[in-house]
Design a protein around this ligand. Sequence first.
Ligand SMILES: Cc1ncc(COP(=O)(O)O)c(C=O)c1O
Length: 504
Amino acid sequence: MTVYASGTVMSRKTNSVDAPVLGAIDKSAGRIGEQLARMLRDAITRGELKPGERLPSTRTLASSLDVARGTVTDVFGQLVAEGYLEARMGAGTLVSQTWAEPEWRDRPTGFETTTPDDPIPLPPNIERYAAVVKAMSPLPPVPFSIAVPRGDVALDDTWRRLSNRVRATQAAAPTTYGDPAGLRSLREAVADYARKSRAVTCTADNVIIMSGTQQGLYVSARVLLSHGDVAWAENPAYPGLTAVLDDAQTRLFRVPVDSNGMDLTHAIARFPAARAIFVTPSHQYPLGMPLSMARRAALLRWARESGAWVIEDDYDSELRYAGHPFPSMQGLDPARVIYLGTFSKVLAPSLRLGYAIVPPALVDAFIGARALMDRHSPLADQHVIAAFMRDGYFETHVRRIRGVYAERRATLLAELQRQIPAIEVQPSDQGMHVLAWLPAYIDDKQVEAAAAASGIAVRAISSMYDGPAPRPGLMLGFGGHSVEQLSEAAGRLRDVIEQVAQLR
Ligand SMILES: Cc1ncc(COP(=O)(O)O)c(C=O)c1O
């Protein structure tokens, strides 16, 4: 065979093979090494160079191509690394024998690509995962989206200064992996805080830093439940939880909620075999009522007797506006309850940091399951939050934003009452959203769509129910929006509701 290189005919014979057709190198186009590598790869994949054939020496090829010998040496080295060529002591450089393996040998026409017309059998999981994208897509940061700490409730200069100082230290940017359980100083700060503010029984050893409560829910499902196990979740519930339980292929029973929270009697009578119970006892998501003390005691007793775990999602308990908060359920039975907390509501959801506080018997398993997902959360922000908590800024920040939120919440409630008297607000005393019940004849999903078109963002609660919702309703976040924005948006919501009512 003959090599044509830069128009030159090369007729050097080797003992086993003639040189391949390489085509011409276009020197004016530059990147000569890349051109040569591509020519060699093509010749091999098209079968013009056969497995075991020997290439000319680098010196011979370089001189026939009129390129630097170093360029040819580099290309050979690269193609040896990619498995196209092999360098054999005493025998020079050969086309690799891997090209003789059956799955390649029978198709010597180069790499084939899938054309748009080829039917691609898709994996059975895709619909389930694709549905999660819609369920969990964040709302735009306009009234009444929920977790958007902006303006007076945003992390302020204190955070920025501390953050810059901490990040500049070597400790905040180590060159090794960190502990998958999280930064020790942050675990200690969280343990102190959860003990003091939520009556959680724990030490730093029980605290595992997670990338938000979402990961805490996912890890809980992975560790506590096997395929086909029964789990309970409230009805309605946070879509990020029901998607997790669906993903774990559990048998999921949705427990109705009344004004005292999860209806335990109904659950026990209908679905007695739960292995794990997911509950939002401080502030039922999305409706807002707390789980009564009597029901907490009954739930824990039942869990103890039937060997079930309780997963307490305490997603916004820092933000209470009246009365004394109920202490955590975890504090009532620390060996039975997995407590999940988050920095998403009081600091910022973009931090992706939260924590699970788990019974000693589960600690290693939770750390292991978490490590399988992403090893650990980035360390720099863990250092920053640890310092923010240790130096007392966290408590000050929470106190400050609680005051701002209380004012915004009061404005929203007053504006709803004034501008949309047909709405009934669910009594509740904490969090970053209120639940507004709509008149029964109004479709909340239509309101959600029409609101988006008019520049406000609401969530319809009917999509958080399994089965029909007893009443239509909207989640209205007040967190990141000023009192002026909230009163103006209440007017827009009134117009949207009137518009949807007329469609009837
Ligand atoms: C009830 C509930 N649980 C869990 C989460 C997840 O929060 P995180 O941002 O900590 O993952 C949310 C977020 O909105 C929530 O509302």
